[in-house]
Ligand binder design. Structure first.
Ligand code: DOR
Ligand code: ZN
Length: 344
């Protein structure tokens, strides 16, 4: 197969940032994706409906002439979040999900949740109105090894929350382990799970053997190869609960190539080329559309995009090594292997 036409994809987990960084990275998502779930971990975070509305306006104002893109907004859950404000932002159509960051789990998560009892009322309201909770699933306890933080979160936090809040729709964001795949598969259809490009292509050896590669450092951190295999099996299965969330997370290059480098891979410009390459190698190109274009809208109760994109296979492409933004250059994800599929 050298050409594949599919419904236009969406990205169900995207960091656009704000200001000059956002202006620089936004076109790279809008080129290929019709919609994206926009993460709210700005400084200060996007907590209220009014803040989400203003952020959405800033994104649309930064969109280049002639490009179409629908930012699906989220609210950042804090222990002070007002359930009425959340419900109003959902009822107006503005907000499509609420994001749970355990306090201290990742970039700009200081305002996240430490005591889950304090968000019980908001979660119950969300279950009532059918508003999904997007979960960064890692515990933050200092005594839990970084490679175990996702599996421990499922047992200690996620499963108890779901039992305490029947009907709550949950997206397990950027899953990285066979434990998460197994948990998702064992639940009813109130659970979805996003998977990133880098977790389908790389394992922790790629990041750490023969030198440390800061552009592969993200959270949750890359795991051992057997987990990558389980994620690939889930993504290529066609199962409705698994869909693409790139977690494309731009940081200026000097902040990653640093003694204390930031977490995040900037995959947006190459995401679909990477996925076509990966699905083809797995003998599953016919399942790519389900993963990138069909399963996400079904979970969120949104229509599939009516326009299409065509992926074409040819000589290896040469993506830019970095993208210039007003906030500095951002290194583009490079999995270290040739990419033969281009969009268009
Ligand atoms: O690697 C990551 N980068 N993981 C996250 O959870 C946050 C993100 C970011 O905002 O940079
Ligand atoms: Zn993220």
């Amino acid at each position: 197969m050298t050409s594949l036409t599919i419904a236009r994809p969406d990205d169900w987990h995207l960091h656009l940032r704000d200001g000059a960084m956002m202006e620089g990275v936004l076109p790279h998502s809008a080129r290929d994706f019709a919609r994206a779930i926009i993460m709210p971990n700005l400084v200060p975070p996007v907590v209220t409906g009014a803040q989400a509305s203003a952020y959405r306006d800033r994104i649309l104002a930064a969109l280049p002439e002639g490009m179409a893109f629908d930012p699906l907004m989220t609210l950042y859950l804090t222990e002070d979040t007002d359930a009425d404000d959340v419900a109003a932002a959902h009822a107006s159509g503005l907000v499509k999900a609420v994001k749970l960051y355990p306090a201290g789990a990742t970039t700009n998560s200081a305002s996240g949740v430490a005591n889950f009892d304090n968000v019980r009322g908001v979660l119950e309201r969300m279950a009532e109105i059918g508003l999904p909770l997007c979960v960064h699933g890692e515990v933050t306890d200092g005594d839990i090894d970084i490679f175990d933080r996702e599996a421990v979160f499922i047992d200690r936090v996620l499963d108890p929350i779901r039992r305490a809040t029947p009907g709550l729709r949950v997206v397990m964001e950027h899953i990285t382990t066979s434990d998460a795949v197994a948990y998702a598969r064992a639940q009813d259809d109130s659970i979805g799970a996003t998977i990133t490009v880098q977790h389908l292509m790389l394992d922790r050896n790629d990041m750490l053997v023969g030198g440390i590669r800061p552009h592969y450092y993200c959270l949750p951190i890359l795991k051992r190869g057997s987990h990558k295999t389980a994620l690939l099996d889930a993504a290529t299965s066609g199962e409705a609960r698994f869909f693409l969330g790139t977690d494309s997370a731009p940081h200026a290059t000097h902040t990653k190539e640093n003694a204390c480098g930031c977490a995040g891979c900037f995959t947006a410009p190459v995401a679909l080329s990477c996925l076509a390459e990966t699905f083809e190698a797995a003998g599953a190109l016919d399942r790519l559309e389900a993963f990138v274009s069909l399963n996400g809208p079904a979970f969120y109760g949104l229509p599939v995009n009516t326009d299409t994109i065509t992926l074409t296979k040819g000589d290896p492409i040469t993506p830019p090594a970095s993208v210039d933004t007003g906030a500095g250059p951002v290194t583009v994800f490079d999995a270290g292997r040739p990419l033969h599929w281009r969009v268009g």
